[in-house]
Ligand binder design. Structure first.
Ligand code: MN
Length: 264
């Protein structure tokens, strides 16, 4: 059985039944006797300077983590604890550095938004991780776009229904290759910007995050047990906005190569 088919079994309905069967916390990791009727692709991020790939387990995202963005979304940043949502792992669209990847305009929306974000990738899991130890859990960093069907997100919010259709759709997470923390250090400050067709739209500093990466990891680990392979989109600054077919998005974080996609 190949690694990919093992993982596809993990991601399929086999997980629960075999989990019960084996009675272990991470069923199937070493299971080699399971047959599946079809393969489901696993999701990886290339690791820069390595022939290894980073396997993605979960994609967490923090909401409204820059004060000015929280205000433009209509909330009061001073009174709001952090909140998180997830995108499905296979929402990831790998984008190589130095390329402009085609990104398909998704169905159902008439207001398709970019959100430029720093992404932290964990190499170590845990529960109730203290803030002062949290960065020890980071394997590396990259930059990513939290693409959003804003009209659908807002409509669902207005009806007090889940955001999923606005945030967690296919290909909604374009992302760059992963840079090991040993090579980049941690990202507590530095410019983050996004341009559309060469025109600056978002322009802020990572030190303007309401909740730092370390605090995000700590808070998230109170709600979920974290594992290696979990990645965290750390929120977007203000001035999110729409793109249409033909637009080219370029995003930047100091210390990382830029990420570019063309909406097609
Ligand atoms: Mn976001």
């Amino acid at each position: 059985m190949t690694d990919i088919s093992k993982r596809s079994w993990l991601q399929s309905g086999g997980l629960m039944s075999a989990g019960a069967l084996l009675g272990c916390a991470t069923p199937g990791i070493t299971q080699s006797s399971v047959k599946t009727p079809f393969a489901v692709p696993a999701v990886y991020l290339p690791i820069v300077g390595s022939d290894e790939m980073y396997p993605v387990r979960r994609v967490y995202c923090i909401g409204r983590n820059y004060a000015a963005h929280a205000r433009e979304m209509g909330s009061d940043p001073t009174r709001e604890p952090p909140f998180f949502f997830q995108k499905p792992t296979d929402a990831i669209q790998n984008v190589a550095s130095g390329t402009v990847a085609d990104h398909a305009y998704p169905p159902l929306t008439k207001n398709y938004h970019y959100e430029a974000e720093l992404v932290a990738a964990l190499g170590k899991g845990g529960r109730n991780i203290p803030v002062d130890k949290a960065l020890e859990h980071v394997y590396g960093y990259t930059l990513g776009l939290d693409m959003t069907r804003r009209d659908l997100q807002r409509a669902m919010g207005d009806e007090k229904k889940p955001w999923e259709i606005g945030k967690s759709f296919d290909h909604s997470a374009p992302i760059g290759p992963l840079h090991k923390v040993a090579q980049t250090g941690h990202f507590t400050q530095g410019a983050i910007w996004l341009k559309v067709n060469g025109q600056t739209k978002q322009n802020a500093n990572l030190n303007q995050m309401i909740w730092s990466v370390a605090e995000q990891i700590a808070k998230l680990s109170e709600a979920f047990e974290l594992f290696p392979g979990d990645i965290i989109y750390s929120g977007t600054p203000e001035n999110v906005g729409p793109v249409v077919r033909g637009d080219v998005i370029e995003m930047h974080i100091d210390g990382l190569p830029n990420l570019s996609v063309k909406i097609v």
